[in-house]
Design a binder for this molecule. Structure first.
Ligand code: 15L
Length: 265
């Protein structure tokens, strides 16, 4: 079991869900975020580094001695191009380069379904390693992160696992999320699989729960050791009756495919 793990984006929406679920006896967490990081809970073996993922010197220092880096930091939805380049694309480069320089052997990258969001929904299961077809500048930044991960694996031998995360939240609230939901507990199971799989090399796997209405192949994730336990179907009645019923599902990326590219979604 990896004992020293760095979690970037620890104060972000997914980071806050994963932080308590990553804790294990004998494991220490280094929490990284540009935003203030809530202090360690009693009994939690964690320390905090408040710094940007675009700061190479700070990241290299933060990653010293780490067995693995879980990179959830960066912008999590659409925004202006310059911000995507700086925070997400350059930030992913910095995280991978800092891992290489500090000798951290494994990086887990939070990618997104939006890296492939303009693939039409044709009723069949979206396969693993679907070719990038981003739906936003945000999606481009995630595809670029995957490409950087591939480079750092091939050139420097880092183990890099990219998770094409659907919608990681407490529960689904939109019809599309009945297909894309990643429960927080399954998110932690997926991270654990990515952290512990022996020599994974470079992988790209879907990050979703075992949803009855799921659109995504889970073969590659299961090969890593992921065993999802949750299904969005338990929330279907609430979601279908809700105000957002009938939202667009023409493309994998849903509503990310419709607004202007640099609009806030
Ligand atoms: C994502 O990639 C975003 O980070 C998240 O905020 C959600 O919007 C999610 O996709 C989704 O598609 O539901």
């Amino acid at each position: 079991m990896p004992e020293r793990i760095v979690l970037t984006g620890a104060a972000g929406s997914m980071g806050r869900l994963m932080r308590p679920r990553l804790a294990r006896p004998g494991r220490s967490l280094r929490l990284v975020d540009i935003a203030p990081i809530p202090p360690a809970e009693p009994g939690e073996d964690a320390d905090a580094v408040q710094a940007s993922v675009t700061d190479l010197a700070a990241m290299q220092k933060a990653f010293e001695g780490a067995d693995a880096v879980v990179h959830l930091g960066g912008l999590s939805t659409e925004g202006p191009w310059e911000q995507m380049v700086r925070t997400n694309i350059h930030g992913s480069y910095v995280v991978l380069e800092a891992a290489r320089r500090s000798g951290s052997p494994r990086v887990i990258l939070a990618s997104s379904s939006h890296a492939v969001g303009f693939h039409p929904r044709d009723g069949s299961e979206a396969p693993d390693y679907l070719f990038p077809r981003p739906d936003t500048f945000y999606g481009v930044s995630k595809a670029a992160g995957e490409a950087l991960g591939s480079l750092y694996h091939d050139r420097y031998g880092l183990d890099v696992v990219c998770l094409r995360i659907g919608s990681c939240r407490e529960k689904p609230s939109l019809p599309r999320q009945l297909a894309t939901w990643l429960s927080p507990d399954d998110g932690a199971r997926l991270l654990e699989a990515a952290l512990t799989a022996p020599s994974p090399g470079f992988r790209v796997v879907w990050g979703v729960s075992a949803n009855t209405r799921g659109w995504f192949a889970l073969d590659e994730a299961r090969k890593l050791g992921y065993q999802p336990q949750d299904d969005a179907e338990q929330f279907a009645a609430d979601v279908e009756d809700g105000p957002a019923a009938g939202l667009d599902d023409t493309y994998l990326g849903g509503t990310f495919c419709s607004p202007e590219l640099d609009a806030e979604i």
